[in-house]
Design a protein around this ligand. Sequence first.
Ligand code: ADP
Ligand code: MG
Length: 243
Amino acid sequence: MISIRNVTVDYGRGDKSVRAVENISLEIGKGESLALVGPSGCGKTTLLFSVAGLHRPVAGTIEVGDAPVLGPRKEVALILQNAGLLPWKTVLQNANLSLLLHKEFPANSADAVLEDLGLAGAKNRFPSELSEGMKRRVGIARALSTSPSVMLMDEPLASLDTLTKERIQDLFLELWKRHQFSQVLVTHDIEEAAFLGQRIVVLTERPARVKAVIENADMGELAYRGTETFMKKVRQLREALES
Ligand code: ADP
Ligand code: MG
């Protein structure tokens, strides 16, 4: 579904260029969930944005569903850090932004998704009137509104309190199982990676290269978080990151 082959991404050109991603190859199958972890500033966002069609690699190729990535598209949803809500727009307007971008609004609207996420009663409110958890759910509603086959997430739950974070991680698991999209989750939260990634890729310091790939076939149920296997996986990930 997503094919990343020998991808290198630089910022700028010539002497002053900064290499953020170096020679990364990853295959993510249809309906697969991959977590990407790595040190702050290593190049995670750069790689994810390249898959989203927002950066152009200087070398290598990225394909989504057998077509080269040339720019943003409807099938590929992106959940940004801090949800990326516009403060001057209501919940409903914020949720409709992706549809608007892809010229599908007003024929289609995010109303049903908001309802599904328990936000119907809040649709005329502004972001400043929402809890942090609700803001993240509006970001999720926006991403789901276009019925994507690929879900890309950039530290979607950073700076939430633990309980709110775990509740939304549960929601992510449920949505992934229900919609069966291919998923790439960028996170610096080791437990989040172990809860949501079937495969976890550990990246090096900048420029990001693949340092380790950890299989996590036992994930997929809410109860996984409380198991010994989960704890072991978290320890294994921590060691891979620190080595
Ligand atoms: P991460 O998401 O892993 O924290 P990023 O992908 O955002 O890291 O950034 C990777 C590296 O690229 C960082 O060291 C950052 O300083 C650099 N970088 C990011 N954006 C730019 C830019 N627009 N111009 C120059 N360097 C950048
Ligand atoms: Mg980042």
